[in-house]
Structures are given as C-alpha cells and as structure tokens.
Design a protein around this ligand. Structure first.
Ligand SMILES: C[S@@+](CC[C@H](N)C(=O)[O-])C[C@H]1O[C@@H](n2cnc3c(N)ncnc32)[C@H](O)[C@@H]1O
Length: 312
C-alpha cells in the first residue's frame, strides 16, 4: 500500500472500501483511465496495466516519478520555503506572468510553472525540463492553499499560497514507493476512450471521471482547462457498455445525478453519501452524493474488505 504523492480534487481515499467491495475476486490487468491522484492505484499496487489522464502536466509528473525518482527528490531538496523571498538567481524573480511584482518565493515558483506553458512545441524539451516541471508541480501542490490543483481558462495554475506551519514538499519515501508501484505501468495522456484498445477480456477498469456538479457550489468538473460535460458523460456510458460486451469488468464512481443513466443501462448501482475532503465547507460536502456502478455480479466479487452499503 503506497500513499498518493499528489493531493488531487476528487481523491478517492475515503471510498476505497466501497470501491474494492465491487472488485471481482479474479482479474488480469488493472487500468485507471482518469488517474488524478491515483488513490486506488497506489493503494492496490497492481502490475502491468495502464493509467491515463488528459492533463499533460500530471502525466509528465508520473512519468518522472516512475523513471527519475532520485533526480526529482534531489531537485525538490533545492526548493525554498514558500514564504521566503524570491530567488534573485531565478528567472521571473521580479514579476509574475501578468507583470505584477512577485513578493514571495511561492509566487515566483507559480509564475515559473505558468511560464512553462504546456502545449508549446518545446514543452517539455529535455529530461531536465521534465524533472523541473514535475518538481514545480509537487512543490506547488504541497504548499498551495488546500492542496488543490486548479487551472484558469487559459491553463494557468492559479491557487494562492497555503498556510502551513511546516510545509513538506520533498516526500522522498513516497516518491520512491510510488516509483516502484509505477514501474510496470503504461502511462498514457489521452482521452479515456483509449481504454477500448488497451483492455483484454478478464481485465478490470476503475473509472473516476470529473463529476457532473450537483449544485453550483460543488463544481467538481473544474479539474483542468477542458471541462467534462454531458456529452462526455454519454460517451463514458457507451464506453463502459463496450467494456461490458468485451468481457471486461468495470467499477465506476460518479456524481449522484448520473444514477438513472446507469440503472437504465442495466448495471448494479449504489448511492453513497460522499465526504469530499477538498471542500472545507461542511454544508457543500453534504450536497454531493456519489454513485458506484459496476457490471461485476455480486457472487463474483472479492470477499476481502466487502462492506455492505446497508452498514453505512
Ligand atoms: C475525479 S479526478 C480523478 C481522481 C482520482 N480518482 C484520485 O483518486 O485522485 C478526474 C480526472 O480525470 C481527468 N480527465 C478529465 N477529462 C478526461 C478525459 N476526457 N479523459 C481522461 N481523463 C480526463 C482530469 O484531468 C482529472 O485528473
């Protein structure tokens, strides 16, 4: 069992038992097409499947964790306290990308991260660039407010500095353990539909898409500059229907508003009361109901960790 390296909106640590209780007793390879912080993957430490996310910075991060863990750790050790003065040796020391003065080291790193705009032909050019990009992402994730990854409409990371007595951004043991867990994993940067070509009969797929908001205060669809709308939800349903036809097991978490869609499609669906740790507002938390849908029949599920919904 490995701890996730990044804190990510929609992290599934609180739902692990409920998710595992739908897993089949036997399966071949494990795949996770909406990886985010990868709470399930890291807890499970599977061998030989695929993970995927559309966010290229996130994908670069996990490739660096897998392939260059020691370089990443040593680069992270060179970072300074978020409240320190900006480093005069670094570019963008005096102003951020909007031309305003940068007064704290954290904002200097955020400006550096945002200047390295992905999508450029040159991004990320060399291994050194890729490691720098990954180190900046982890540093900002561990020192920003609430550990939230959020991009504005032009793809810029816009979360302010967090308030931590002792921010811990190196996390050497976690990085080494995560690197080990990722060693045999194929890491993709595609739309989730890649899964139809990546799976074989007998595989297991866990899907955790950006959630359709239940209310305006719980807009969990804002993980990245590309939203995940109703049409994507419909494509996702078609994709799991195809997985089902191929003899592949799937377990899917989603927002409560998708309940009927999965019931009508004939899958097993349960409602869960969610606790969304990313949202510090207690009232907003209670409003977000989740569902877990699966094609795994009850008698084919794993015994271990099985907890009936009725027990909650
Ligand atoms: C709910 S989060 C996953 C959280 C993850 N289960 C965890 O434990 O942290 C959803 C992820 O899907 C990614 N995503 C958004 N649209 C996608 C698409 N069309 N295909 C694949 N991934 C997508 C987002 O970048 C985000 O990281």
């Amino acid at each position: 069992m490995v701890q996730p390296v990044l804190k990510w909106a929609g992290g599934k640590r609180q739902l692990l038992d409920e998710i595992y209780s739908r897993f089949p007793a036997d399966y071949e390879h494990y795949h996770e097409p909406f990886f985010g912080g990868g709470a399930v993957f890291f807890d499970l430490e599977p061998d030989g499947g695929t993970i995927n996310d559309t966010n290229p910075r996130l994908v670069n991060f996990y490739e660096v964790v897998r392939d260059h863990p020691e370089d990443l750790i040593s680069r992270l050790r060179g970072f300074n306290d978020p409240e320190a003065n900006p480093d005069p040796e670094q570019r963008f020391a005096n102003e951020n990308w909007k031309g305003k003065d940068v007064e704290q080291y954290f904002y200097q790193q955020r400006a550096r991260f945002n200047r390295r705009a992905y999508g450029d032909e040159e991004w990320p050019a060399t291994d050194e660039d890729r490691i720098e990009e990954a180190a900046l992402l982890l540093y900002l994730n561990r020192t920003c407010y609430n550990g939230l990854y959020r991009e504005n409409s032009s793809g810029g990371f816009n979360v302010p500095i967090g308030r931590y007595a002792n921010p811990e951004w190196v996390q050497a043991d976690r990085i080494r353990a995560a690197s080990h867990a990722l060693a045999d994993t194929d890491i993709r940067n595609e739309d989730f539909a890649y899964i139809l070509d990546a799976v074989r009969e007998g595989d297991l797929v866990y899907l955790d898409p950006p959630y359709q908001p239940m209310s305006s205060t719980a807009n969990f669809a804002e993980y990245s500059a590309d939203g995940f709308g109703r049409e994507d939800q419909e494509r996702l349903l078609e994709t799991v229907q195809e997985l089902d036809e191929k003899g592949v097991c799937f377990v899917l978490s989603n927002s409560g508003v998708m309940y009927e869609m999965y019931v009508d499609a004939g899958f097993h669906v349960d409602k869960e009361g969610a606790t969304r740790s990313i949202n510090s507002d207690e009232t907003a938390r209670g409003e977000v109901d989740e569902i877990i849908a699966t094609n795994v029949p009850e008698d084919a599920r794993e015994e271990k960790g099985q907890t009936s919904i009725a027990d909650f």
